[in-house]
Write a protein that binds this ligand. Structure first.
Ligand code: FES
Length: 326
């Protein structure tokens, strides 16, 4: 009963009394979720967005082919996604412009900040689209709304600049503040994508903490055929084992990009190095050290130490200097 009252207090207008127990705004979702969280979840399930989401995804794939530019846009060179970093500049400019407008500062400062924000939004949008095209369906649905909010902000800011230049400063300020509201909506949805939907997060980051610290048996060495990835369980984590005749590679099996099973991917050779290509979005990892050769993954794939004892393959997590293994 107290839980029911707590839910009703947290959600004004929520059903109370003898009716069905309130389960949050989206049926089947747990109590305690915020109205905003439920609203975004509804967007994530809105299949009506799939057609436009698919068109945008296919267009991005057609224009940005796998290669150096795509890898750079994902942030492979940086070790984490580039888009969130680039998005800071337009948002900072727009925030500065809004503060200047709200405090009645001279218009020239706001106009310059808006102009810089518009210029810097181009690389932010480009990198965001590249990340978007290699994400899950529900993430793309939210991505469509995220991009729409940012596009609306862009239109408002262009209008704002035109109005200011024609001497209609009040209209320009109003258009700018409306643009800021859209930009904040876009930023909030971006936060949901990054932190709730884990777009761009390293999906293998927990391995040094959850992988086995002690040698863990993976099976008889004769069980592993050369050049054929095999999936095994090493304590809490799944691993991919590749036998190469003169040794083994033991990699965490869940792709650092979005947790695809790497053992279902293809073994490929890139620049003379043996690699595995992820079956979902085509990230390529070097077998000997897990380095990212091609994105969309930006974080390396954890490699486990291995040894053969009494005819059996054993593995344990490779600790990262400065990071405790448990
Ligand atoms: S899950 Fe996306 S590249 Fe592996």
């Amino acid at each position: 009963m107290s839980l029911l009252l707590a839910s009703a207090a947290a959600y004004p207008g929520a059903p109370t009394g003898n009716g069905p127990k309130f389960r949050g705004w989206a049926p089947g979702y747990p109590d305690g979720m915020t109205e905003w969280g439920n609203l975004v979840d509804r967007v994530a399930r809105a299949q009506v967005l799939d057609k436009v989401a698919g068109m945008v995804r296919d267009a991005v794939h057609a224009v940005v082919r796998p290669g150096v530019v795509k890898d750079a846009a994902h942030g492979v060179w940086l070790g984490h996604p580039l888009h969130p970093a680039l998005a800071q500049l337009p948002l900072g400019c727009y925030t500065g412009a809004a503060l200047l407008d709200l405090t009645g500062a001279p218009d020239s400062g706001s106009s310059r900040l808006i102009g810089l924000g518009l210029l810097s939004s181009a690389p932010a949008a480009m990198t965001g689209l590249v990340d978007y095209a290699d994400s899950h369906e529900e993430q793309q649905r939210i991505g469509v709304v995220h991009a729409s909010a940012n596009s609306a902000a862009l239109a408002c800011y262009v209008s704002s600049l035109l109005l200011r230049r024609s001497g209609r400063t009040k209209g320009g300020v109003a258009a700018g503040l409306l643009g800021y509201a859209f930009a904040m909506l876009g930023a909030t949805l971006g936060g949901d994508l990054a932190f709730r939907r884990a777009v761009g997060a390293n999906h293998a980051a927990e391995v040094p903490h959850t992988g086995p610290e002690e040698w863990c048996d993976l099976g008889a060495v004769t069980d592993f055929a050369d050049g054929k990835p095999a999936r095994r369980q090493a304590g809490l984590i799944p691993v991919m084992v590749v036998s190469s005749g003169d040794g083994f590679t033991v990699l965490h099996d869940r792709c650092s990009h979005m947790a695809a099973p790497l053992n279902e991917g293809d073994l490929v050779e890139v620049a003379g190095e043996s690699c595995v290509e992820c079956p979902w979005h085509g990230s390529v990892f070097r077998l000997r050290d897990g380095a990212v050769v091609h994105g969309p993954a930006t974080a390396p794939q954890p490699v486990l130490d291995w040894q053969v004892a009494e005819g059996r393959l054993r593995a344990k997590v490779r600790t990262i200097p400065g990071v405790p293994a448990s």
